[in-house]
Every structure is written in structure tokens, then in C-alpha cells.
Design a protein. Structure first.
Length: 136
């Protein structure tokens, strides 16, 4: 397992993108067609070689109760192995930790979200092939 990305929710999407691209040196790249505006920004060779390390999301939609915007929305950990994914789910189930899952549009990936406390969300993501659908 390794850190996959951080998501930043911001009311000034374009200025935030400009900072990370023009100042930090990240590159804008492909992003699935989510229902809210945003950008995925890539490091380490850009979209051709790297992974998006910063996800920017427009905060113009109403926020969730107890969640402040702008904010760093969540951290995401990537699990590249199906056994790791199933072991994580087993540990969450054993500990009685609630979670939600979602498919990433057009990507072949699955997300699993855990809300640790108000405003603290952890995402785990893996390839869909690592997920046993019947166990959701």
C-alpha cells in the first residue's frame, strides 16, 4: 500500500490549478467524468508516466454537514494487490468500521471510503479486478 493522492476542495478552482501547475510544476492530465468540476494534477513525468497526486474539486456544490470548505478533503491509499484489498476489507469488517464503496467512472477502479471523524476521510483505491463484487 502507498499514498495515492490528496484531494483539495476549493471555491477558486482555476487559481488553485494555476498555483500547482505554474508554481509547483505539476501537470494537468486526464480525469474521469465526475459530476463535479475539477482537475487531476500529475507529478513524476506527467500524465504519460505518473499518477495524479493532487485532485482538485470545485466546492460550489453544497457541503456536507460538519465539513468546511475549502479543505483538504481526503487522503487516498492505493492497493495494487487483490489479496491486500480483501485483507483490508476483512480488517474493516472485523473492527466494525463502516465504509462506502464506489466505482470510478471509465477507469476500471473501485474506491472505498472510511470516515474516521467529521472532516477526516480516508480513501482506499484498487483496480476493479481486485474486488470480489459479490462481497459488497
Amino acid at each position: 500500500m502507498h499514498l495515492d493522492h490528496a484531494t483539495i476542495v476549493t471555491p477558486d478552482l482555476d487559481a488553485t490549478r494555476q498555483f500547482f501547475v505554474d508554481v509547483v510544476g505539476l501537470e494537468e492530465g486526464a480525469r474521469p467524468p465526475f459530476g463535479v468540476g475539477g482537475y487531476w494534477l500529475y507529478a513524476d513525468g506527467g500524465p504519460a508516466d505518473g499518477r495524479p497526486v493532487i485532485h482538485l474539486v470545485d466546492s460550489t456544490l453544497p457541503g456536507h454537514a460538519g465539513r468546511v470548505t475549502p479543505r483538504i478533503d481526503h487522503l487516498a491509499f492505493r492497493l495494487d494487490d487483490g489479496a491486500q484489498w480483501q485483507a483490508l476489507r476483512a480488517r474493516l469488517d472485523k473492527a466494525g468500521v463502516a465504509y462506502q464503496t464506489a466505482d470510478v467512472p471509465l477507469s476500471g477502479e473501485v474506491q472505498l471510503f472510511v470516515a474516521l471523524a467529521a472532516s477526516v476521510v480516508i480513501e482506499f483505491v484498487t483496480a476493479a479486478r481486485n474486488v470480489q463484487r459479490a462481497s459488497f
